[in-house]
Design a protein. Structure first.
Length: 313
């Protein structure tokens, strides 16, 4: 990358720089890179990481890669050029991210991954992810119960390049496929998008008017599917999501979407910052690189306790 291009990227990043209440931090800068904050899950990650970093005395640089590996690579260059002490990352692809994380490591900047794993070990210090398989099984068990163990259903998948999409689908099917009277009539990717899920659901509903349920790879797609079902007057269809968003919480409380699976995004992000702080100070986190956090089923019984991807008492 030439100097002019690096300077331009750094200047763009400055527009999104979030600083602590003082001019310079004694601890240094932590870069926090996530997908778009249009998705409340990713926004919660950034908010959680930023808050904890400031509490620990760091400046923060909040950056968004929009699930574009090329943009993510440029943002890593920005973080390196800014002299970041550490990078907190929800990545833009299990394969495509490896080179960027290695480049940061070679520059002396450790990376701490949240939510999504990458395909190689030993280049990131931590990979803190939800136990997506365990969570998907929780969601599938509830879906089977709600469906009465029979009927036609559709599955909305996440982005093909995202490891979590495949893990969640596998978890769903390892439960659902045990019930021969449950028939999947459609399986389509909506790329984690509410708009795409709305469009896919419209098409699926036209081709399969007898559909009884929809199981979704995330809450954003579940919301899109539910909006399409409402528009078609099909609020009898059972919808189950995955993430634990406030939007789906509110839908559950209103009798719309029936369930979701909470993955603790806010806490994961804060834990990544805490481990980064410890690593920078003593050279280790005291944890294995890959760390799994269990998910929690959210239904009408506990939806009132859900707030910003965390359960309150």
């Amino acid at each position: 990358m030439n100097i002019l291009r690096r300077t331009f990227i750094a200047s763009v990043a400055l527009a999104t720089l979030t600083t602590a209440p003082f001019a310079a931090s004694a601890e240094g800068l932590i870069a926090i890179i996530t997908p778009s904050h249009d998705n409340p899950f990713f926004k919660a990650e950034a908010v959680g990481a930023e808050a904890r970093a400031k509490e620990l005395g760091y400046e923060t640089l909040i950056l968004v890669h929009d699930d574009d590996p090329n943009k993510q690579s440029e943002l890593f260059d920005t973080a390196i050029a800014r002299g970041a002490k550490a990078i907190i990352l929800d990545n833009a692809g299990a394969d495509a991210t490896v080179a960027a994380v290695r480049r940061a490591k070679d520059a002396g900047i450790p990376s701490f991954l949240i939510d999504r794993e990458i395909k190689e070990s030993g280049i990131a210090v931590s990979q803190i992810v939800s136990n997506n398989y365990q969570g998907a099984q929780l969601g599938a068990e509830e879906f089977v119960r709600l469906m009465g163990e029979e009927g036609k259903y559709a599955e909305l998948l996440g982005r093909e390049a995202d490891t979590n999409a495949g893990i969640r689908s596998s978890g769903y099917h390892d439960i659902i496929d045990q019930y021969p009277d449950l028939e999947m009539v459609a399986q389509q990717s909506a790329n984690w998008s509410q708009t795409e899920a709305y469009e896919r659901m419209e098409t699926i509903l036209q081709a399969n008017p007898e559909i009884k349920g929809v199981i979704s790879g995330n809450d954003t797609m579940a919301m899109g599917a539910w909006a399409a079902l409402e528009a078609a007057g099909r609020t009898d269809v059972i919808v189950v999501g995955f993430d634990g968003s406030n939007d789906v919480r509110d839908s559950i409380k209103a009798g719309g979407i029936k369930a979701t699976v909470l993955q603790p995004a806010f806490r994961q992000a804060q834990l990544a910052v805490e481990q980064a702080d410890q690593f920078l100070k003593i050279g280790e986190t005291g944890q294995e690189e890959k760390q799994l956090m269990d998910c929690i089923l959210i239904t009408s019984e506990n939806a009132g306790q859900l707030e910003t991807f965390a359960l309150t008492q």
